[in-house]
Design a protein around this ligand. Sequence first.
Ligand SMILES: Cc1cc2nc3c(=O)[nH]c(=O)nc-3n(C[C@H](O)[C@H](O)[C@H](O)COP(=O)(O)OP(=O)(O)OC[C@H]3O[C@@H](n4cnc5c(N)ncnc54)[C@H](O)[C@@H]3O)c2cc1C
Length: 383
Amino acid sequence: MDFALDEGQRLLLDALEGTVKRVSPPERVQRLDNLSAFDADLHRAIADLGVLGLGVPEADGGSGGGPLEQILALEVLGRTATSMAVFLVVHYIAMHLLLDFGNPAQRQAHLPALCRGERKFSFCLTEPGGGTDVLGAIRTSARRQGEGWRLNGTKQWISGAGIADQLIVLARTAEHRTRGLTMFLLPKASPGLRVAERATLGIHGYDTNEVAFEEVELPRAAVLGAANAGFQQVLATLNAERLHAAAVATGIGRGACQVAVAHAKSRAAFGRPIGQFQAVQHRLVRASLAVEAAWLLTLRAAGDAAAGRPAELNTSMAKLAAAEAAVQATQAGMETLAGAGFDLDLPMQRYFRDARLYVFAPITNDMVANFLGERWLGLPRSF
Ligand SMILES: Cc1cc2nc3c(=O)[nH]c(=O)nc-3n(C[C@H](O)[C@H](O)[C@H](O)COP(=O)(O)OP(=O)(O)OC[C@H]3O[C@@H](n4cnc5c(N)ncnc54)[C@H](O)[C@@H]3O)c2cc1C
């Protein structure tokens, strides 16, 4: 198996790293995080670079490429400007849903604008009743009214709903457990729709929200693809989401390791660099190894996805390994920086907080382990 990047991928990587360095150096990323502000300049710059259109054919307004190019971009941003990486995960979910399930009018209306960075979407699945058992928790519903629908309910912890122009919302539309859910596309400015920002532990450069719908009127054309096909559409996005989460988590882990190793070289105690102490060295070696192993799993899974091979097991392994490696690396980073780890003007505390997201999103590590126990190890289904 060859993990070497081709020339186009290397150029993309170099161009994105250079752009982030130029537009949003670490001090600016930290300042915006402390202000809980979205980095509009970086968003524009990555749009101009074609990063927002990766995975979309040029005929649909995108910049081509596929899963491998997407994970390269996500890893760079995870490492440097994590909130923008999380924005990109949500952006790619919306893009894939439109690409795979949108009718020609929906694709035409949204994909080119999304790829150019002129429109932002949010994806509303989780509810106050729970995110893991989506089928059991979903209370948001849409009932038919004339040609269209009326939407009622509440979604919780929705990324980017504050800055989005459009939402994709999963709602119950019939009694059947799995074939009774529909995805709707709707403008955020719809009457009856309310967004309330929630304060959360991390990802401060990208807003998290409660979104409530009260008798929101939707036209027939708001249905994404077909009515009652929503659960199958959710399942179809899971592979890409797990893969993308793995890439961002790897980026966080790498960023934390790089900062920690640099600190271990420059900080002195007892007349020598702290990186000379074995306790520090071993911790950093183990964390770096876990992160690089997770990246190899992520590359393997992306290779499967790019080649159209079944990728569920490999994306699941990558997600679990990368989420755990990010937690290990940021823990090692905090221990290595000690007091400097606590400083809100330095990046380690941000990596440490942000790494927690991928322990449970888009699916919890426990649920990924359930899936792997059953489908990889052949153990009895646990839930
Ligand atoms: C910052 C942030 C951004 C988010 N962005 C979005 C978004 O854009 N869109 C969106 O729809 N959602 C979003 N979410 C929600 C996220 O996807 C959910 O938090 C996640 O799916 C887990 O759901 P939960 O929090 O309800 O946990 P729960 O489902 O309540 O789970 C709680 C615990 O129970 C465990 N558990 C449950 N069932 C089992 C089982 N069968 N076996 C073993 N353990 C089990 C879980 O692993 C977990 O440890 C976001 C959340 C946050 C905090």
